[in-house]
Design a binder for this molecule. Structure first.
Ligand code: MG
Length: 368
């Protein structure tokens, strides 16, 4: 087994630190860190750099050095694998560069596929890069689809925990506080994705992510609410066979699968035992209380820059909600407003996507 030489973009975040944990567990004969990127020049980043013996030119703080420095590490000659785990669409240019450079690109940041799915998948094709999902649902789909041609997909059923407001009345959801929204029942994650899980926008973004990764239309992707977060997704094949992948809600397994595929080793992370499973339940999502999934489907069907507008408006609205500037119930309204007001163009260049992204953020700033 070849040693994976890995650059971690977003090394101090939730996925970044869990990635470094897996690399540590794999040991130096299987994996090593050759570059680190984080937003801030924090103590944690310095400690990570020391641990992996990296010279200063291999350690980037985006805040200090700009996003070009992130792109420089994403195409580093010595690296064969790039983990994209910076929050939001900020890592788009670096992802495109890693794809064009033919790296093994492990994607945790679904926003880059939502905003620029066409560009990213084309760049991966052109550069001969492998795109490997870290998102748990998409990792589950990837595992269930192993050995099957994607044309055999009849339906992809992605599971959702339902978030902290699954059983709440609409009026109560509308005025939920930041602390209530950050209190996710099954997964411990970063702030942005935890809010997206509470609105179910995370599932909306994941529908679009699945469309790009597996080459299907949004009508082939269903969402099923599964509060126990044990089944990470299902694939339904043309003949009706329904395949599922099960595991504990622990991101380290999907991270390890993306880093090593198709190799498998035991890194000692906790395992799910069949006798531990009790009462796995499933229900359809309620689109009346959680309108985000419908908005995401509409944006994908519209095409062009509509998903980039959806994504940027959502990022801006989530940021404003976390700062106490808008109410929980206004998150979907802000996204809907941006989609209805900003003209949609083709999404065939990074410039067009960046422009749509900026317009959507401005719209949310000015109206909320
Ligand atoms: Mg997910």
């Amino acid at each position: 087994m070849a040693v994976r030489k890995i650059v971690v973009l977003g090394s101090t975040g939730s996925i970044g630190t869990q990635t470094l944990d897996i690399i540590e567990r794999l040991g130096q004969e299987r994996a090593s860190v050759v570059g680190l990127v984080a937003w801030r020049d924090s103590e944690l980043l310095k400690e990570q750099a020391r641990r992996w013996g990296l010279p200063s030119e291999r350690v980037v703080s985006v805040e200090r050095e700009g996003s070009e420095a992130m792109t420089r590490l994403a195409v580093l000659d010595e690296a064969d694998t790039v983990v994209m785990a910076v929050a939001g669409a900020a890592g788009l240019a670096a992802t495109l560069a890693a794809c064009k450079a033919g790296k093994r690109v492990c994607i945790a940041t679904k926003e880059v596929l939502v905003a620029a799915g066409e560009l990213v998948t084309q760049a991966a094709k052109d550069g001969g890069a492998a795109l490997l999902p870290i998102d748990s649902e998409h990792s589950a789909l990837f595992q269930c689809l192993a050995g099957y041609d994607y044309s055999l997909i009849d339906k992809l059923h992605i599971t959702a925990s339902g978030g902290p407001f699954r059983t709440w009345e609409k009026e109560r959801i509308a005025s939920a506080t930041v602390d209530e929204a950050l209190n996710h029942p099954t997964w411990r994650m970063g702030g942005k994705i935890t809010i997206d899980s509470a609105t179910l926008m995370n599932k909306g973004l994941e529908i679009i992510e699945a469309c790009w990764l597996y080459g299907v239309g949004e009508d082939k992707v269903e969402v099923v609410v599964h509060p126990q977060s044990i089944i990470h997704s299902f694939v339904e094949l043309r003949d009706g066979a329904l395949l599922a992948q099960l595991g504990l809600p622990d991101m380290r397994l999907p991270i390890q699968i993306a880093l090593l595929h198709p190799e498998k080793v035991d890194t000692g992370i906790p395992r799910l035992s069949p006798t531990q499973m009790r009462d796995l339940t499933f229900e359809a999502p309620d689109h009346e209380r959680f309108p985000a999934i419908t908005l995401a489907r509409q944006a994908f069907r519209t095409g062009g820059t509509a998903p980039a507008i959806l994504n940027a408006a959502n990022e801006a609205a989530v940021g404003a909600f976390l700062e106490g500037k808008l109410r929980f119930g206004q998150l979907a309204t802000a996204v809907e407003g941006a989609l209805g007001s900003i003209p949609v163009t083709d999404a065939d260049t990074l410039e067009k996507i960046t422009l749509a992204d900026a317009s959507a953020r401005r719209f949310v700033r000015e109206h909320f």
